[in-house]
Each structure stands twice: as structure tokens, then as C-alpha cells.
Design a protein around this ligand. Structure first.
Ligand SMILES: C[S@@+](CC[C@H](N)C(=O)[O-])C[C@H]1O[C@@H](n2cnc3c(N)ncnc32)[C@H](O)[C@@H]1O
Length: 206
């Protein structure tokens, strides 16, 4: 890529970034990530009034805000993060490390055996700077999320997960195809700045 197109891409990314940051502030969302979920939901109608869903890696809470608004009082949102999260109306939250059995068990108690319509997962590990390690850690969280989705979604349920393209991506998509009738990619405009970030959408759990 030429220096000129590189720098114009950088300019565009900055600009898009700024736009969503300002919009989030204006509209009361805790993070610009809200617009990724809103855009995906616009197309795929994953969350409607009455939807019961789990939000994995929910802090600071913009996806939970969007989910609770769209699911309404007849729906239910269960959220989890290793970090604390300020309360969001209509969202039941627990703080804990999703990799720990005890945390998973606590979250499952919160669900109380209710089958889910949807699992959304935006979890991302703290980046160490070592690309190989970071990629492996990220996919480990995604694998745990897929396992959780496979166990808790009702038949026909959906799963939206953030992944980073690179090592392990094809294998992960293949594992998703074992669980869902269709697996598609989504790259919302608000995620343009992080080139390797992409969302996989598993539809219609078998
Ligand atoms: C990109 S942020 C999520 C943003 C969120 N979707 C929102 O809209 O506000 C990724 C989150 O994953 C969480 N996370 C990372 N590792 C985790 C783990 N092992 N267990 C639970 N949450 C984890 C981080 O603490 C962080 O809050």
C-alpha cells in the first residue's frame, strides 16, 4: 500500500472513530461499541421485544444498554464481565472470569435453566503485545463462549461473537458450523478501525 493511501486510510479510521465516540456521548451509550451491535441488529434482527439473551464480556455496558432497550420489559439480559460494570436497567450482571468453572456455575445459576434466544460475546483479553499469545487467548475465550452457546441456546437460537482474523480463525468458523445451520461474517462500520476484528454470526442453532 502506498504511503498516501495508508495515511488516507488512517485519516478515515480516525474520523470514523471520532464520529462514533461523539455519537455515543451524545446518545448516552457507554462505548462506541454500541453502534456495532445496533448496525448488526438492524440487518439481522437478533434482538426484539421479548428476547432472552446473555452478553459475555459486557463491560462497560454499551451492548447491554442496547440489548436491554431492544428486548424491553418482556425480554431479559444476563451479563458477565471480569471487570465491574455499573448497573444497567433490565440487566442482571455478575462479575467474574469466564474461564473459571465457579464463575460459569454462578452465571448458570443466574439463568436458572432458562433457554436463551441469543448469546452475544464481545470478550477480548488484555493484549500482551505478543500477537501469537493474544490470538490464542482470544480464541480460547471464543471457544468457551461457543461451548456456552451450544449448551444454553434454544434450538433455532443465534450467536454473535467477536473474533480476530488470523491463526485459528478457520478452525473456529468450522466449529461454529457444527453448532449452527448458518455461519456468516459481519463487519459493522463502527469497527472499521480494527482491521482484524470481525464478528461471526451463527444462526439457527441445530
Ligand atoms: C471490548 S470490551 C466489551 C465492550 C462491551 N461490548 C460494550 O459494549 O461495552 C471486552 C470485554 O471483555 C472482558 N473480558 C476479557 N476477558 C474476560 C474474561 N476472562 N472473563 C470475562 N470478561 C472478560 C473485558 O473485561 C472487557 O470488558
Amino acid at each position: 500500500m502506498s504511503v498516501r493511501s495508508k495515511s488516507s486510510k488512517a485519516w478515515l479510521n480516525e474520523h470514523v472513530n471520532d464520529h462514533y465516540v461523539h455519537l455515543a456521548q451524545k446518545e448516552g451509550y457507554r462505548a462506541r461499541a454500541a453502534y456495532k451491535l445496533l448496525e448488526i441488529n438492524e440487518k439481522d434482527k437478533l434482538i426484539r421485544p421479548g428476547t432472552v439473551l446473555a452478553d459475555l464480556g459486557s463491560a462497560p455496558g454499551s451492548w447491554s444498554q442496547v440489548a436491554a432497550q431492544l428486548a424491553g420489559s418482556s425480554g431479559q439480559v444476563f451479563a458477565l464481565d471480569i471487570l465491574p460494570m455499573d448497573a444497567v436497567e433490565g440487566v442482571s450482571f455478575i462479575q467474574g472470569d469466564f474461564r473459571e468453572e465457579a464463575v460459569l456455575a454462578e452465571f448458570e445459576r443466574l439463568l436458572g435453566g432458562r433457554p436463551l434466544d441469543l448469546v452475544i460475546c464481545d470478550m477480548a483479553p488484555n493484549m500482551s503485545g505478543n500477537a501469537v499469545t493474544d490470538q490464542a487467548r482470544s480464541f480460547y475465550l471464543c471457544e468457551l463462549a461457543l461451548d456456552f452457546a451450544a449448551n444454553h441456546l434454544k434450538t433455532g437460537g443465534n450467536f454473535l461473537v467477536k473474533v480476530f482474523q488470523g491463526a485459528g480463525y478457520q478452525e473456529y468458523a468450522a466449529a461454529m458450523r457444527e453448532v449452527f445451520a448458518s455461519v456468516q461474517t459481519r463487519k459493522p462500520n463502527a469497527s472499521r478501525n480494527r482491521s482484524s476484528e470481525i464478528y461471526l454470526l451463527g444462526k439457527n442453532k441445530r
